[in-house]
Design a binder for this molecule. Sequence first.
Ligand code: HEM
Length: 385
Amino acid sequence: MDTDRLRNSWHVVSGFGSQVPLFFYSTLFLTHPQVREMFPAGMSGQRDKLLGALGKVVANVDNLDAAVPFLQQLGRDHRKFAVTDEHYPAVGQALLSTLEHFLGQDWTPALARDWTAAYGLVSDVMATAARESAQASPPWYNAEVVRHERRTAEVAVLVVRADRPLGYLPGQSVAVETHLRPRIWRYYSPANAPREDGIIELHVRMIDGGPVSSALVQAVAPGDLLRLGSPVGVKLTVEHKQDVVLIAGGTGLAPFKAMLGQFANEGFQRQVHLFVGARTGHDFHDLTGIRAFGRALPRLRVTPVVSEDRGFPGARGLVGEIALRYGPWPDQDIYVCGSPTMVAATGEMALAAGIAAERLHFEDFSGYDSLAEPGPGIFQGDNSA
Ligand code: HEM
């Protein structure tokens, strides 16, 4: 398989911009009308979610080993859309027709063979993981909202009880859907370590025009049912014993709060320095919850940082900048979660400050960019913005 040829051809096709998903979905829905109802009713703005990932992942099939854990999670998570084995060939065909259409004369039999083989490898990893998980877990989890607290003008904390434990790791995320916005899923990181009783805390920031986040903050109430997908995320989990620096912007605090729960249950004390960023002193939505870990984690330090509040008595500036100023952090692993802008800026500053890329961790939710270009990615969950 000539992977350079695969990548180059995807690059050429991507150059046609929004025409590509339009053609792909028209072909898919025309040839397999039964899959239309899996997708949101209005698909503007997110048309290239599936296709963008598909092209990148398949074109980078030579990096498949590195992508396997992510693809397995994606396959398990796709069960929430009711995707089953027989849907993979349908998407594969639509992908190939799309490539053929945009590549014209450059679509050769050899290239068609390579794309078919590469798609086969990728879809097989997803479909196998989905099949295997079907033995042990449902396609999605139902969760009842048991508490809904509006903490700031834009942020709500929801406590939900899933009908069974999800078995996630602190730092992972789960897709959330509300019946108020059917078939639109957004990812949130649970803000607590997993519990036997299925209780999960979600921190949601309302995003302009974000249908799910607006509904979760403004309309959802105790007693409502949500659906949750399988846990995803491979980059923000802590499975070592290293000291850590955690840098949070806004509701990017959620996975770190879950980690504090994990650290509190460990049989040793690691040093944890948590920097929490907000615009003003009034925008911190859960400092009390974080400080409650003080007794269980005597080596925890918490530094609140505001970016736009001259009257704030504590640290002022960009949270990433302040966190680096408190360094150097010669041995610590550094975790960053916040808006894409905040994560990208912090990553750049950290690299410029001499922090090795392998000690910097942030979730690229989609996971795809990092497949093409290993190294810092950008967190894209609704949690962040
Ligand atoms: C190699 C195969 C595939 C890959 C790499 C892939 C990848 C993805 C990714 C990364 C997303 C975005 C996830 C999110 O942000 O929620 C997505 C969404 C989705 N995928 Fe797939 N997918 C594949 C196959 C399929 C198949 C076979 C189906 C069934 C028809 C399917 C149906 C969907 C649906 C319904 C969505 C939600 C789209 C939206 O909300 O706009 N996918 N896929």
